[in-house]
Design a protein around this ligand. Structure first.
Ligand SMILES: O=P(O)(O)OC[C@H]1O[C@@H](O)[C@H](O)[C@@H](O)[C@@H]1O
Length: 188
């Protein structure tokens, strides 16, 4: 799966797992693992890391990678009968090289589209068929944008409900100071 351009590089990460590196010309970057469809690194133009990744993260699928931005689907936390935070963070996502048009800002050049579909094994624990799409885009100014779409692909027309979260681990230099800070600029 080798394909390179200035903005998007498909390569191997820790333990040989597939990852995609997004780069913008002013120096910002982001890294996305296909395992979990998970952003594990987001650096600004000064190469400062904005996300926390645990030193204990094992990078051993199907265990979730501890840190970054985990995708919690089809369940957030313990709101339901599935394992905590659902199973999407434990699954191997694919790169969608020909995605349908996204409502997101398509003038971004550093982006990757990922897709996760139900497996027949999974249907035994969550009896629905779905298509989950995720676009991870890095803007010219280093802003990171995640856009997701969930599609019900049940063949019997049955509806389903789900909960979803971008479970984000931000990097903070002083945890005591973080009690006095406020997150701004988060949308979605
Ligand atoms: O250990 P997990 O399953 O990755 O969950 C991470 C955290 O997820 C949060 O949503 C919970 O409030 C925490 O209690 C938990 O530690």
């Amino acid at each position: 799966m080798a394909s390179e351009n200035v903005y998007v590089e498909h390569c191997k990460g820790v333990n040989g797992l597939d990852k995609v590196i997004l780069r913008e010309i002013r120096g910002s970057s982001a890294e996305v693992y296909l395992d979990g469809g998970q952003v594990t690194s987001w650096k600004n133009e000064f190469r400062e890391q904005l996300l926390f990744l645990s030193s204990k993260a094992t990078f051993k699928p199907p265990n979730a990678i501890r840190g970054g931005i985990q995708i919690c689907f089809p369940q957030f936390g313990t709101i339901g009968s599935l394992e905590q935070h659902g199973f999407a963070r434990n699954r191997l996502w694919s790169v969608d090289r020909d995605p349908p048009p996204f409502p997101a800002n398509t003038s971004h050049r550093a982006f990757v589209d990922l897709i996760l579909r139900h497996s027949e094994e999974e249907v035994k624990i969550w009896p629905h068929r779905y298509e989950c799409r995720l676009r991870v885009a890095l803007g010219p100014g280093g802003d990171l944008m995640l856009t997701s779409r969930i599609r019900n692909t049940n063949t019997d027309g049955k509806s389903f409900t789900f909960t979803f979260a971008y479970h984000t681990y931000f990097s903070v230099t002083d945890i005591s100071a973080s009690r006095r800070t406020r997150d701004t600029g988060l949308f979605g």
